[in-house]
Design a protein around this ligand. Structure first.
Ligand code: ZN
Ligand code: FE
Length: 257
């Protein structure tokens, strides 16, 4: 199985997984990069997996479905281009001979889902849309801090080697913020240097892994004393209240430049 991040728009990745003949694509906000890659590699599109309703994740769905006959999967609680197979937590999707487990991960949007599989020769992977980013998390457009904390905790308990396939190249900006929160985190410093080198070569920083995110992502680290203290310093958040610490971090990041 080959896992490819196709760049789109300013900083999106349309993740494509293929076995040399058949492919699936996640969150095709634009049909063109997918169309080109399929044609260049002689691939047939078998499925389109959608994590949430935003246009940069769904804009190419209708065109790709019409052109290829691919089956479309998406969250039951959201409006995405019909027809699609509506999914929620506990559902499974079988495509390309792989079984994906569906998780509800509300927060960025109210019905956001993620797709996880360990049914591969390589490490497991999760397509988590705009919920978990490397070093960061999605903005809370439709959900509460408590929902997002719960959603991120679900992702954080996946096996450490799980490849995190998020849909935006926001890593450097996120790591700049993470450094302001946790200046004493040496793993974070090291990872930030690696990512800066990758970006200067024009390479993606993704996929990340769950194990790495647990060590460097402040939004998964609200229970760490250094992170809780930083949040307290920002808005007086109660350091023993994980949701209050998370909410302070999210607000701080929104204002951070
Ligand atoms: Zn989004
Ligand atoms: Fe997005």
């Amino acid at each position: 199985m080959n896992l490819i991040p196709l760049p789109a728009f300013q900083d999106n990745y349309l993740w494509l997984l293929h076995d040399g003949q058949r492919a699936l694509v996640v969150d095709p906000g634009d049909a063109q990069p997918v169309r080109s890659f399929l044609a260049a590699n002689g691939l047939q599109l078998a499925a389109i997996l959608v994590t949430h309703h935003h246009a940069d994740h769904t804009g190419g769905v209708d065109a790709l479905r019409d052109e290829t006959g691919a089956r479309v999967y998406g969250p039951v609680r959201e409006r995405i281009p019909e027809p699609f197979d509506a999914l929620t937590e506990g559902d499974t999707v079988d495509v390309l001979g792989l079984r994906f487990n569906v998780f509800d991960v509300p927060g960025h949007t109210a019905g956001h889902i993620a797709y996880y599989t360990d049914d591969l020769p390589g490490d497991p992977l999760v397509f988590c849309g705009d919920t978990l980013f490397s070093g960061g998390c999605g903005r809370l457009f439709e959900g509460t801090p408590a929902q997002m904390v719960h959603s991120l905790a679900k992702l954080a308990t996946l096996p450490g080697e799980t490849r995190v396939c998020c849909t935006h190249e926001y890593t450097l900006g996120n790591l700049k913020f993470a450094t302001a929160v946790e200046p004493g985190n040496t793993q974070l410093m090291h990872y930030r240097q690696q990512c800066e080198a990758r970006r200067s070569r024009g390479e993606p920083t993704l996929p990340s892994t769950i194990a790495l995110e647990r060590e460097i992502n402040p939004f998964l680290r609200a229970r760490q004393p250094a992170v809780a203290q930083a949040a307290h310093g920002y808005d007086g958040a109660d350091e023993s209240d994980e949701v209050a610490v998370f909410a302070a971090l999210r607000q701080w990041k929104n204002e951070f430049r």
